[in-house]
Design a protein around this ligand. Sequence first.
Ligand code: ADP
Ligand code: MG
Length: 309
Amino acid sequence: MKRVVLALGGNALGDNLHEQMIAVKTAAEAIVDLIEDGFEVIITHGNGPQVGMINLAMETAAKVDESLFYIPMSVCVAMSQGYIGYDIQNALREELLNRGINKPVATIITQTLVDAEDKAFKDPTKPIGAFYSRLEADEMAKRGYDMREDAGRGWRRVVASPKPIGIVESDTVRALLDAGHVPVAVGGGGIPVKKTDGRHLKGTSAVVDKDFASAKLAEELDADMLVILTAVEKVAINFGKPNETWLSEMSVEQAQKYIKEGHFAPGSMLPKVEAALSFTQSAPNRKALITMLETARDGLAGKTGTIIT
Ligand code: ADP
Ligand code: MG
């Protein structure tokens, strides 16, 4: 049986509570299709809009009520894992029951180990939360937020995004898989933690990219394939230009060349291609696929998407 890590992008979750309830139903249908096709799946997901919403809510609350403590980003990530996982596991459970498949589903609160010395802490790059106009972004910058333009779509807040060096709960995820369960793990890239004295795990103010965390989890679970499900059916070179070309396949060498030439936007497609590369290169016979939720089944059948080998 092929073991695949399915990394769900923002599209599979929507931008708010109501959208998420609807979006996860569609996601669950596509995921259960793959389970019916015989794949052993692990679900991972992003949390950009959700962690931004939680963080903003917590900061706003702390401003009006001084008895409330400041809630660190790591705790916001933990909260986002809980509430996104709750929706995903229920939607999956229901869809499995609808099709007469008896498979338990559970979300694992997952921590991702990062290096305290990671240079990312000095240069925040990860967009989180809502999109803002340039004027609003200027206002937020005055309030101390790091703001950046995100791939031509508007301005967003950015936080540090260190690279994952290990997934703390991967043995638990593997045990669930071996027992036939469907695990939801490393939500939002996992709660970023650093080791402070060889044993104690301390949360850090960061958001780990979910594509890199998914690649690391896939590596630790010895998965056959990392499937990154996003808003585009394939990866393009010259994206958005008149000579845009959609790719069905990329070798490691080609991908590295395209990265150097700047074809993939930082914060959106670049981390996906880099995550695909790191998983593919971690051992022989490991492949990565980048496509949409709607085309995941065809993608795994080799009919569409961009495959990195
Ligand atoms: P997710 O929420 O799934 O992580 P992102 O919005 O972060 O999705 O990244 C996917 C987006 O990356 C696409 O919708 C597209 O606008 C953008 N993108 C940037 N460069 C490329 C490229 N070279 N090929 C395809 N899409 C690209
Ligand atoms: Mg993204």
